[in-house]
Design a protein around this ligand. Structure first.
Ligand SMILES: [Zn+2]
Length: 318
């Protein structure tokens, strides 16, 4: 069962909003685009594992969770994919890098080839192991104990190789995504004792889903961008060009020529992603580049936002 499906995380949607609302020559544009590309590549890798490689077992007795993030101690820890069944739990750390992974045996250093030079990087097997350790501790705090937690680094990039020695003791903790089902079969065969009944599985399921806290950060603060530098106007839902021109309830794109009556919706979400989780009529007019308070009122009310206050003091909540 897909207990938590793969959807685009809000953090990536924030990056998309910032990219279209920074001018081309803005100082941080390159950094923002680079970080967005890295995050998107990672997400696409996880998506391929969730929707393609794990799909054949989605109807079996496994509960599969994409992207879980929990608070433990002073920090959050995040798990790319978690598989849970009556016998064990399995933490997957997914990487989608277009580089070969070299695992050393003695010091367990991990290197990748960057333009002909071997550079050390974080060992993803140890990252997976650390997430499994944190999950065990976190579950213990919530009175869930005794489930074996396995961990696996999954390379989701079909063009890159895992190079790990036959005598490396972590060789079974890494696999390519095409071999993942086989590894899950092997792990399933290792565990014969049913440790959790359906009631307990449901209890843990509820705990995982209600404790998950999506990553939320102020992107403008992170990149030292001021609100004034954020481009306003409704962007084209198709080609992302902005601003579209508004006339009598319809937005038109001067670049790809499409027309839309609902393009304001995504623009309001850009505002929520970047500026604030709340918006007033005056702020909406400025951001949508509308003159009429009546039309701004109409659009804000048309998308079912919660609101507090009355008349000109009314505040709409994301
Ligand atoms: Zn367009």
């Amino acid at each position: 069962m897909i207990a938590k499906p793969c959807v685009l995380p809000p953090s990536i949607a924030k990056y998309q909003a910032l990219i279209r609302r920074l001018s081309e020559n803005h100082l941080v544009k390159y950094d923002v685009v680079t970080e967005y590309n890295n995050r998107m590549t990672g997400f696409l890798g996880e998506e391929s594992v969730m929707n393609f490689h794990l799909e054949p077992i989605a109807d079996l007795n496994y509960r599969i969770y994409h992207d879980l993030r929990f608070y433990h101690g002073k920090y959050f820890f995040q798990i790319d994919i978690l598989i849970l069944c009556a016998y064990f739990a399995l933490v997957l750390e997914v990487k989608n890098w277009a580089r070969d992974w070299h695992f050393e045996k003695v010091l367990h250093q991990t290197t990748i080839d960057v333009n002909g030079k071997m550079e050390r990087t974080k060992n993803p097997i140890f990252q997976a192991r650390l997430q499994a350790f944190k999950l065990r501790e976190w579950l213990k705090l919530h009175n869930v104990q005794g489930i074996p937690i396995q961990y696996l680094f999954v390379n989701s990039n079909e063009k890159s190789n895992i190079i790990i020695g036959e005598d490396n003791k972590y060789k079974w903790n890494a696999c390519n995504s095409e071999y993942l089902l086989e590894r899950i079969d092997q792990i399933t065969n290792d565990y014969k004792i049913e440790l959790l009944d359906e009631k307990e599985l449901r209890k843990i399921n509820k705990l995982l889903l209600t404790s998950h806290t999506p990553e939320n950060f102020d992107l403008l603060e992170k990149y030292h961008v001021t609100r004034k530098e954020i481009l306003t106007g409704v962007h084209c839902p198709d080609c992302k060009h902005l601003p579209m021109t508004y006339n009598a309830g319809t937005w038109r794109c001067s670049k790809c020529r499409i027309q839309s009556k609902t393009a304001f919706n995504d623009t309001l979400h850009d505002y929520f992603h970047l500026i604030s989780p709340t918006i007033t009529n005056a702020e909406a007019r400025r951001f949508l580049q509308l003159n009429s308070p009546k039309m701004a009122h109409h659009y804000l009310n048309s998308i079912n936002l919660n609101s507090t206050g009355k008349f000109k003091f009314k505040i709409y909540h994301q």
